[in-house]
Design a protein around this ligand. Structure first.
Ligand SMILES: Cc1ncc(COP(=O)(O)O)c(CNc2co[nH]c2=O)c1O
Length: 405
Protein backbone atom coordinates (compact mmCIF):
# COMPACT_ATOMS: atom_id res chain seq x y z
CA UNK A 1 0.00 0.00 0.00
CA UNK A 2 1.29 3.52 -0.82
CA UNK A 3 2.16 5.46 2.32
CA UNK A 4 -0.18 8.49 2.41
CA UNK A 5 0.33 10.45 5.65
CA UNK A 6 -2.76 12.60 5.18
CA UNK A 7 -4.97 9.56 4.60
CA UNK A 8 -3.42 7.85 7.62
CA UNK A 9 -3.92 10.85 9.89
CA UNK A 10 -7.57 11.07 8.83
CA UNK A 11 -8.00 7.58 10.27
CA UNK A 12 -7.03 8.69 13.83
CA UNK A 13 -9.89 10.81 15.23
CA UNK A 14 -8.00 11.71 18.43
CA UNK A 15 -5.28 13.56 16.53
CA UNK A 16 -7.61 16.30 15.28
CA UNK A 17 -8.30 18.09 18.55
CA UNK A 18 -7.02 21.21 20.22
CA UNK A 19 -5.23 21.12 23.57
CA UNK A 20 -5.11 24.44 25.45
CA UNK A 21 -6.28 26.11 22.27
CA UNK A 22 -3.44 24.62 20.20
CA UNK A 23 -3.44 21.65 17.79
CA UNK A 24 -2.53 18.45 19.68
CA UNK A 25 0.95 17.20 18.85
CA UNK A 26 1.05 13.66 20.28
CA UNK A 27 4.67 12.62 20.80
CA UNK A 28 4.12 10.11 23.66
CA UNK A 29 3.75 7.02 21.45
CA UNK A 30 6.31 5.03 23.47
CA UNK A 31 3.83 5.22 26.38
CA UNK A 32 0.81 4.21 24.32
CA UNK A 33 -0.18 4.50 20.67
CA UNK A 34 -3.31 6.13 19.32
CA UNK A 35 -6.07 4.02 17.74
CA UNK A 36 -7.30 4.06 14.13
CA UNK A 37 -11.05 4.20 13.48
CA UNK A 38 -11.05 0.58 12.30
CA UNK A 39 -9.90 -0.50 15.78
CA UNK A 40 -12.47 1.69 17.53
CA UNK A 41 -15.22 0.30 15.26
CA UNK A 42 -14.13 -3.30 15.90
CA UNK A 43 -14.60 -2.86 19.65
CA UNK A 44 -18.11 -1.45 19.09
CA UNK A 45 -18.92 -4.23 16.60
CA UNK A 46 -17.89 -6.94 19.07
CA UNK A 47 -20.20 -5.67 21.81
CA UNK A 48 -22.99 -4.83 19.38
CA UNK A 49 -23.04 -8.14 17.54
CA UNK A 50 -21.13 -11.12 18.98
CA UNK A 51 -20.38 -10.66 22.66
CA UNK A 52 -20.59 -13.98 24.56
CA UNK A 53 -18.34 -15.99 26.83
CA UNK A 54 -16.03 -18.32 24.95
CA UNK A 55 -14.74 -21.89 24.74
CA UNK A 56 -17.50 -23.91 26.35
CA UNK A 57 -20.77 -22.33 25.28
CA UNK A 58 -23.23 -24.45 23.30
CA UNK A 59 -25.04 -21.50 21.74
CA UNK A 60 -24.41 -19.66 18.50
CA UNK A 61 -23.02 -16.41 19.90
CA UNK A 62 -20.52 -18.27 22.08
CA UNK A 63 -19.29 -20.20 19.04
CA UNK A 64 -19.00 -17.04 16.94
CA UNK A 65 -17.07 -15.24 19.70
CA UNK A 66 -14.83 -18.28 20.25
CA UNK A 67 -14.04 -18.55 16.55
CA UNK A 68 -13.21 -14.82 16.36
CA UNK A 69 -10.94 -15.03 19.41
CA UNK A 70 -9.06 -18.11 18.19
CA UNK A 71 -8.79 -16.69 14.63
CA UNK A 72 -7.11 -13.64 16.19
CA UNK A 73 -4.65 -15.92 17.97
CA UNK A 74 -3.76 -17.56 14.64
CA UNK A 75 -3.40 -14.12 13.03
CA UNK A 76 -0.94 -13.10 15.76
CA UNK A 77 0.90 -16.43 15.44
CA UNK A 78 1.47 -15.68 11.76
CA UNK A 79 2.44 -12.06 12.54
CA UNK A 80 5.31 -13.13 14.82
CA UNK A 81 5.99 -16.34 12.86
CA UNK A 82 5.42 -18.63 15.83
CA UNK A 83 5.52 -22.33 14.96
CA UNK A 84 2.23 -23.13 16.73
CA UNK A 85 -0.82 -21.04 17.68
CA UNK A 86 -0.82 -22.66 21.15
CA UNK A 87 2.55 -20.98 21.78
CA UNK A 88 0.75 -17.60 21.59
CA UNK A 89 -0.84 -16.64 24.91
CA UNK A 90 -3.18 -13.68 25.35
CA UNK A 91 -2.20 -11.51 28.32
CA UNK A 92 -3.10 -8.08 29.70
CA UNK A 93 0.23 -6.66 28.54
CA UNK A 94 4.00 -6.91 28.70
CA UNK A 95 4.13 -6.63 32.48
CA UNK A 96 1.74 -9.58 32.92
CA UNK A 97 3.66 -11.68 30.40
CA UNK A 98 7.02 -11.09 32.10
CA UNK A 99 5.52 -11.80 35.52
CA UNK A 100 4.07 -15.08 34.25
CA UNK A 101 7.48 -16.26 33.04
CA UNK A 102 9.43 -14.90 36.02
CA UNK A 103 6.95 -16.43 38.47
CA UNK A 104 7.45 -19.81 36.77
CA UNK A 105 11.21 -19.51 36.90
CA UNK A 106 10.94 -18.49 40.56
CA UNK A 107 9.61 -22.00 41.17
CA UNK A 108 12.23 -23.89 39.15
CA UNK A 109 15.41 -21.90 39.89
CA UNK A 110 17.59 -22.77 42.88
CA UNK A 111 20.44 -21.36 44.97
CA UNK A 112 23.48 -20.76 42.72
CA UNK A 113 21.45 -20.29 39.54
CA UNK A 114 21.84 -16.93 37.77
CA UNK A 115 19.43 -14.59 36.00
CA UNK A 116 20.75 -11.85 33.69
CA UNK A 117 18.92 -8.62 32.88
CA UNK A 118 20.35 -5.40 31.45
CA UNK A 119 20.88 -1.85 32.71
CA UNK A 120 18.44 -0.66 30.03
CA UNK A 121 15.42 -2.54 31.32
CA UNK A 122 11.99 -1.13 32.10
CA UNK A 123 11.04 -1.81 35.73
CA UNK A 124 8.60 -4.46 34.42
CA UNK A 125 11.64 -6.49 33.30
CA UNK A 126 13.60 -5.97 36.51
CA UNK A 127 11.23 -6.32 39.48
CA UNK A 128 9.63 -9.68 38.48
CA UNK A 129 13.15 -11.15 38.19
CA UNK A 130 14.04 -9.76 41.63
CA UNK A 131 10.93 -11.55 42.97
CA UNK A 132 12.05 -14.77 41.24
CA UNK A 133 15.58 -14.51 42.70
CA UNK A 134 14.29 -13.68 46.19
CA UNK A 135 11.96 -16.70 46.00
CA UNK A 136 14.50 -19.18 44.64
CA UNK A 137 17.83 -17.97 46.02
CA UNK A 138 19.11 -17.38 42.50
CA UNK A 139 21.40 -14.41 41.76
CA UNK A 140 20.48 -11.44 39.57
CA UNK A 141 23.25 -10.09 37.31
CA UNK A 142 23.14 -6.96 35.13
CA UNK A 143 24.61 -6.30 31.69
CA UNK A 144 26.22 -2.84 32.02
CA UNK A 145 25.42 -0.01 29.63
CA UNK A 146 27.84 2.33 27.86
CA UNK A 147 27.80 6.13 27.60
CA UNK A 148 26.06 6.05 24.19
CA UNK A 149 23.23 3.98 25.67
CA UNK A 150 24.23 0.65 24.12
CA UNK A 151 24.86 -2.51 26.13
CA UNK A 152 28.40 -3.75 26.81
CA UNK A 153 28.47 -7.03 24.89
CA UNK A 154 32.00 -7.88 26.09
CA UNK A 155 30.79 -7.64 29.68
CA UNK A 156 27.68 -9.64 28.76
CA UNK A 157 29.73 -12.57 27.49
CA UNK A 158 31.81 -12.47 30.68
CA UNK A 159 28.63 -12.61 32.77
CA UNK A 160 27.44 -15.82 31.11
CA UNK A 161 28.30 -19.04 32.99
CA UNK A 162 26.94 -22.58 33.09
CA UNK A 163 24.82 -21.30 36.02
CA UNK A 164 23.00 -18.78 33.83
CA UNK A 165 19.44 -20.06 33.47
CA UNK A 166 17.63 -17.14 31.84
CA UNK A 167 18.53 -13.84 30.17
CA UNK A 168 15.77 -11.19 30.00
CA UNK A 169 16.39 -8.06 27.92
CA UNK A 170 14.40 -5.57 25.92
CA UNK A 171 14.48 -5.50 22.13
CA UNK A 172 14.36 -1.69 22.18
CA UNK A 173 14.83 0.60 25.19
CA UNK A 174 11.72 2.64 26.03
CA UNK A 175 13.76 5.42 27.65
CA UNK A 176 16.44 5.81 24.96
CA UNK A 177 15.13 4.12 21.79
CA UNK A 178 18.34 2.08 21.55
CA UNK A 179 17.96 -1.17 19.58
CA UNK A 180 19.70 -4.07 21.33
CA UNK A 181 21.56 -6.88 19.44
CA UNK A 182 19.02 -9.47 20.58
CA UNK A 183 20.03 -12.13 18.00
CA UNK A 184 23.60 -12.06 19.38
CA UNK A 185 22.35 -12.01 22.98
CA UNK A 186 20.17 -15.08 22.29
CA UNK A 187 22.93 -17.02 20.51
CA UNK A 188 25.41 -16.45 23.36
CA UNK A 189 22.84 -17.37 26.03
CA UNK A 190 21.94 -20.61 24.24
CA UNK A 191 25.62 -21.55 24.10
CA UNK A 192 25.58 -21.88 27.92
CA UNK A 193 22.13 -23.48 27.93
CA UNK A 194 20.22 -20.42 29.17
CA UNK A 195 16.73 -19.45 28.00
CA UNK A 196 16.02 -15.93 26.71
CA UNK A 197 13.00 -13.68 27.20
CA UNK A 198 12.80 -10.68 24.88
CA UNK A 199 10.72 -7.73 26.03
CA UNK A 200 9.31 -6.51 22.72
CA UNK A 201 7.03 -3.76 24.07
CA UNK A 202 8.94 -0.99 22.25
CA UNK A 203 9.89 -3.06 19.22
CA UNK A 204 6.48 -4.27 18.00
CA UNK A 205 5.24 -0.76 17.08
CA UNK A 206 8.16 -0.47 14.68
CA UNK A 207 8.90 -3.98 13.38
CA UNK A 208 7.50 -7.47 12.89
CA UNK A 209 9.41 -9.80 15.23
CA UNK A 210 10.20 -13.24 13.79
CA UNK A 211 10.41 -15.39 16.90
CA UNK A 212 11.67 -18.47 15.02
CA UNK A 213 14.39 -16.49 13.24
CA UNK A 214 15.39 -14.90 16.57
CA UNK A 215 15.10 -18.32 18.25
CA UNK A 216 14.06 -16.60 21.50
CA UNK A 217 12.37 -18.76 24.12
CA UNK A 218 9.86 -16.08 25.12
CA UNK A 219 8.75 -12.84 23.46
CA UNK A 220 6.33 -10.40 25.13
CA UNK A 221 4.55 -7.26 23.97
CA UNK A 222 1.54 -5.02 24.68
CA UNK A 223 -1.44 -4.42 22.43
CA UNK A 224 -1.88 -0.79 23.47
CA UNK A 225 1.46 0.16 21.98
CA UNK A 226 0.59 -1.16 18.50
CA UNK A 227 -2.79 0.48 18.00
CA UNK A 228 -4.70 -2.11 20.01
CA UNK A 229 -6.75 -1.78 23.21
CA UNK A 230 -5.23 -1.27 26.64
CA UNK A 231 -5.28 -4.43 28.77
CA UNK A 232 -4.15 -6.65 25.91
CA UNK A 233 -0.81 -8.25 25.12
CA UNK A 234 0.92 -11.38 23.92
CA UNK A 235 3.33 -13.80 25.51
CA UNK A 236 4.99 -16.11 23.01
CA UNK A 237 6.73 -19.12 24.49
CA UNK A 238 8.40 -22.12 22.90
CA UNK A 239 6.20 -25.18 23.46
CA UNK A 240 8.88 -26.99 25.47
CA UNK A 241 9.24 -24.07 27.88
CA UNK A 242 5.49 -23.49 28.27
CA UNK A 243 5.09 -27.18 29.11
CA UNK A 244 7.90 -26.87 31.67
CA UNK A 245 6.58 -23.78 33.47
CA UNK A 246 3.91 -24.23 36.17
CA UNK A 247 0.54 -22.48 35.67
CA UNK A 248 0.50 -18.80 36.73
CA UNK A 249 -3.14 -18.42 37.77
CA UNK A 250 -5.66 -21.08 38.84
CA UNK A 251 -9.34 -21.13 37.94
CA UNK A 252 -11.74 -21.86 35.11
CA UNK A 253 -10.48 -22.58 31.56
CA UNK A 254 -7.01 -23.71 32.76
CA UNK A 255 -8.09 -27.08 34.18
CA UNK A 256 -8.68 -30.55 32.78
CA UNK A 257 -10.18 -32.08 35.97
CA UNK A 258 -10.71 -30.68 39.45
CA UNK A 259 -11.08 -32.80 42.57
CA UNK A 260 -10.33 -31.72 46.12
CA UNK A 261 -7.53 -34.23 46.12
CA UNK A 262 -5.88 -33.16 42.88
CA UNK A 263 -6.38 -30.97 39.82
CA UNK A 264 -4.99 -31.61 36.37
CA UNK A 265 -4.37 -28.77 33.94
CA UNK A 266 -5.62 -27.98 30.45
CA UNK A 267 -3.30 -28.16 27.45
CA UNK A 268 -1.63 -25.10 25.89
CA UNK A 269 -2.58 -22.26 25.57
CA UNK A 270 -5.44 -22.66 28.07
CA UNK A 271 -3.14 -23.75 30.94
CA UNK A 272 -2.01 -20.11 31.15
CA UNK A 273 -5.35 -18.45 30.35
CA UNK A 274 -7.38 -18.75 33.56
CA UNK A 275 -10.79 -17.08 33.83
CA UNK A 276 -12.80 -15.12 31.29
CA UNK A 277 -10.28 -13.32 29.10
CA UNK A 278 -10.47 -9.89 27.52
CA UNK A 279 -12.36 -11.40 24.59
CA UNK A 280 -13.03 -8.11 22.80
CA UNK A 281 -9.44 -7.00 23.40
CA UNK A 282 -7.98 -10.18 21.90
CA UNK A 283 -10.14 -9.90 18.79
CA UNK A 284 -9.50 -6.17 18.36
CA UNK A 285 -5.74 -6.68 18.85
CA UNK A 286 -5.86 -8.81 15.71
CA UNK A 287 -7.61 -5.95 13.89
CA UNK A 288 -4.86 -3.54 14.98
CA UNK A 289 -2.19 -5.91 13.68
CA UNK A 290 -4.03 -6.21 10.35
CA UNK A 291 -4.09 -2.39 10.13
CA UNK A 292 -0.32 -2.09 10.67
CA UNK A 293 0.38 -4.85 8.17
CA UNK A 294 -1.80 -3.09 5.59
CA UNK A 295 0.29 0.07 5.99
CA UNK A 296 3.41 -2.12 5.88
CA UNK A 297 6.21 -2.24 8.42
CA UNK A 298 8.74 -1.30 5.74
CA UNK A 299 6.75 1.91 5.13
CA UNK A 300 6.43 2.52 8.89
CA UNK A 301 10.17 1.99 9.50
CA UNK A 302 11.22 4.23 6.60
CA UNK A 303 8.84 7.04 7.54
CA UNK A 304 9.69 6.91 11.25
CA UNK A 305 13.40 7.01 10.37
CA UNK A 306 12.73 10.20 8.39
CA UNK A 307 10.97 11.71 11.43
CA UNK A 308 13.81 10.61 13.74
CA UNK A 309 16.50 12.10 11.48
CA UNK A 310 14.55 15.35 11.09
CA UNK A 311 13.82 15.56 14.82
CA UNK A 312 17.50 15.05 15.71
CA UNK A 313 18.55 17.61 13.11
CA UNK A 314 16.15 20.26 14.43
CA UNK A 315 16.71 19.55 18.13
CA UNK A 316 20.49 19.68 17.67
CA UNK A 317 20.16 23.37 16.76
CA UNK A 318 18.82 24.22 20.25
CA UNK A 319 21.20 25.77 22.76
CA UNK A 320 22.24 23.62 25.72
CA UNK A 321 20.55 20.42 24.57
CA UNK A 322 21.92 17.06 25.79
CA UNK A 323 20.89 13.77 24.17
CA UNK A 324 20.72 10.35 25.86
CA UNK A 325 20.94 7.24 23.70
CA UNK A 326 23.09 8.22 20.75
CA UNK A 327 23.64 4.86 19.08
CA UNK A 328 23.42 4.59 15.29
CA UNK A 329 20.52 2.12 15.34
CA UNK A 330 17.49 3.60 17.13
CA UNK A 331 13.71 3.54 17.10
CA UNK A 332 11.92 6.90 16.69
CA UNK A 333 12.43 7.89 20.34
CA UNK A 334 14.54 10.89 21.39
CA UNK A 335 15.49 11.46 25.03
CA UNK A 336 17.04 14.82 25.87
CA UNK A 337 17.42 17.59 28.46
CA UNK A 338 18.46 21.23 28.47
CA UNK A 339 21.43 22.10 30.67
CA UNK A 340 20.30 23.40 34.05
CA UNK A 341 16.56 22.92 33.37
CA UNK A 342 14.42 20.19 34.98
CA UNK A 343 12.68 18.01 32.35
CA UNK A 344 9.35 18.23 34.16
CA UNK A 345 9.29 22.03 33.83
CA UNK A 346 9.87 21.80 30.08
CA UNK A 347 7.17 19.15 29.65
CA UNK A 348 4.63 21.15 31.64
CA UNK A 349 5.21 24.31 29.62
CA UNK A 350 5.08 22.73 26.17
CA UNK A 351 1.93 20.86 27.19
CA UNK A 352 0.31 24.29 27.47
CA UNK A 353 1.25 24.71 23.81
CA UNK A 354 -0.38 21.40 22.79
CA UNK A 355 2.79 19.32 22.74
CA UNK A 356 2.47 15.91 24.49
CA UNK A 357 5.80 14.35 25.45
CA UNK A 358 6.73 12.28 28.49
CA UNK A 359 9.18 13.51 31.12
CA UNK A 360 10.66 11.65 34.07
CA UNK A 361 12.42 8.34 34.58
CA UNK A 362 10.16 6.37 32.19
CA UNK A 363 10.12 3.39 34.61
CA UNK A 364 13.84 3.03 33.88
CA UNK A 365 15.41 4.56 36.99
CA UNK A 366 18.70 2.63 36.63
CA UNK A 367 19.31 4.46 33.34
CA UNK A 368 18.68 7.84 34.98
CA UNK A 369 21.04 6.89 37.82
CA UNK A 370 23.71 5.97 35.26
CA UNK A 371 23.49 9.44 33.70
CA UNK A 372 22.98 11.05 37.14
CA UNK A 373 19.84 12.88 35.99
CA UNK A 374 16.32 13.03 37.51
CA UNK A 375 14.78 12.10 34.19
CA UNK A 376 14.59 13.12 30.55
CA UNK A 377 12.23 14.74 28.09
CA UNK A 378 11.17 11.93 25.75
CA UNK A 379 9.64 12.62 22.36
CA UNK A 380 8.48 9.39 20.68
CA UNK A 381 7.20 9.51 17.10
CA UNK A 382 4.80 7.20 15.29
CA UNK A 383 3.95 6.76 11.59
CA UNK A 384 1.01 9.18 11.95
CA UNK A 385 3.18 12.12 13.13
CA UNK A 386 4.62 14.76 10.78
CA UNK A 387 7.65 17.00 10.33
CA UNK A 388 5.33 19.97 10.79
CA UNK A 389 4.50 18.62 14.26
CA UNK A 390 8.23 18.42 15.00
CA UNK A 391 8.54 22.07 13.95
CA UNK A 392 5.73 22.94 16.38
CA UNK A 393 7.58 21.09 19.17
CA UNK A 394 10.80 22.97 18.38
CA UNK A 395 9.02 26.35 18.60
CA UNK A 396 7.42 25.31 21.90
CA UNK A 397 10.79 24.17 23.29
CA UNK A 398 12.34 27.53 22.39
CA UNK A 399 9.56 29.31 24.29
CA UNK A 400 10.06 26.99 27.27
CA UNK A 401 13.81 27.65 27.26
CA UNK A 402 13.23 31.41 27.27
CA UNK A 403 10.83 31.11 30.21
CA UNK A 404 13.05 28.77 32.23
CA UNK A 405 16.55 30.08 31.60
C1 LIG B 1 10.25 -1.82 27.26
C2 LIG B 1 8.98 -1.89 28.07
N1 LIG B 1 8.73 -3.00 28.81
C3 LIG B 1 7.59 -3.11 29.53
C4 LIG B 1 6.66 -2.09 29.55
C5 LIG B 1 5.37 -2.28 30.34
O1 LIG B 1 4.32 -2.39 29.40
P1 LIG B 1 2.80 -2.45 29.94
O2 LIG B 1 2.68 -3.72 30.70
O3 LIG B 1 1.96 -2.42 28.68
O4 LIG B 1 2.63 -1.23 30.79
C6 LIG B 1 6.88 -0.92 28.82
C7 LIG B 1 5.89 0.22 28.88
N2 LIG B 1 6.50 1.47 28.66
C8 LIG B 1 5.92 2.64 28.95
C9 LIG B 1 4.70 2.87 29.48
O5 LIG B 1 4.56 4.26 29.59
N3 LIG B 1 5.71 4.87 29.15
C10 LIG B 1 6.55 3.88 28.74
O6 LIG B 1 7.70 4.06 28.28
C11 LIG B 1 8.05 -0.83 28.05
O7 LIG B 1 8.29 0.25 27.29
Amino acid sequence: MKFDINKIRSQFPILHQQVNGKPLVYFDNAATSQKPQVVIDAEVKYYSEINANIHRGVHHLSQVATDAYEESRIKIQKHINAKNSFEVLFTSGTTFGINLVANGFGQILKQGDEVIVSHLEHHSNIVPWQFACERSGATLKVIPMLQNGSLDMEAYQNLLTENTKIVAVNHISNALGVVNPVKFIIEKAHQVGAAVLIDGAQATPHLKPDVQELDCDFYVFSGHKIGGPTGTGILYGKEAWLNKLPPYQGGGEMIKEVTFEKTTYACLPHKFEAGTPNIAGGIVLGVAIDYLNEIGFDNIAAYEQELLDYGMQQLSKLEGIEFYGTTAEKASVISFNFKGIHPYDVGAIIDKLGIAVRTGHHCAQPIMNYFDIPGTIRASFAFYNTKEEIDAMIEALKKAQMMLQ
